[in-house]
Design a binder for this molecule. Sequence first.
Ligand SMILES: *[C@@H]1O[C@H](CO)[C@@H](O)[C@H](O)[C@H]1NC(C)=O
Length: 253
Amino acid sequence: MERYLGFLFCLLVSASAVSDWNILHQKTKNGLMISLKNYCESWKMNVELHNIREFEVVPDECVGYIGKYMTSIQYQVDSERAVHESIVYLSTSCSLKNDGRDAWIFDIDDTLLSTVPYYKKHRYGGEKLNLTSLEEWMSKGKAPALEHALNLFNELKARGVQIILVSSRREHLRSATIDNLVDVGYHGWTGLMLRGADDELKGVKEYKASARKQLIDEGYRIWGIVGDQYSSFEGLPSARRTFKLPNPLYYLF
Ligand SMILES: *[C@@H]1O[C@H](CO)[C@@H](O)[C@H](O)[C@H]1NC(C)=O
């Protein structure tokens, strides 16, 4: 079994190295057949495992698969599970002090608001990011809510946890972002941190870690973070727990 998996792994590594699914190569010397679906499922899984990093585009051959996933019930179920685990943690492992210093951090894009409608028009991550066009879309403020995240948001609020939004969106999108959030049902957050000119010189990971440092210096206890990117969790200081939502569309670092 181990040799079998090892072989599959080698096959996938070489397949991803040439980044070109080839129908002729779908059969290994051992006779192991792998389909395009196997290949793309494994690509997605390894993105979520953080084995694949810093990818610029979704592999061409997997655009169809990723598009299907992002619009599937499975994506919703995966997201709902992450939210459910956050609530389990909140109920069993957080001794909230209710002194106005219990805090929870959320990302915005593909955590509270969905960018799927934008990526649907841009080959589900199969095109290189065009920041101008993405920001044009964001400035319209038409992103839908991720329903499960909204439930968690409200649950946290009901428990008296201060909600801080820490996003890699840039400052110039502040009013469009607030309008969009309020429009789809989010209100009552304590802080909304966006990327200023200084922060743009930093990577997302450094920017988000320094935002956490600032909050901790202000006396907040960060019980948890919900985000769709590893750069939302990595670096110090960290939160007590982090909850990753699925996102195979793009990688921020
Ligand atoms: C990026 O998007 C802008 C706005 O939609 C467009 O004008 C520009 O041509 C695009 N750039 C590239 C390289 O596609």
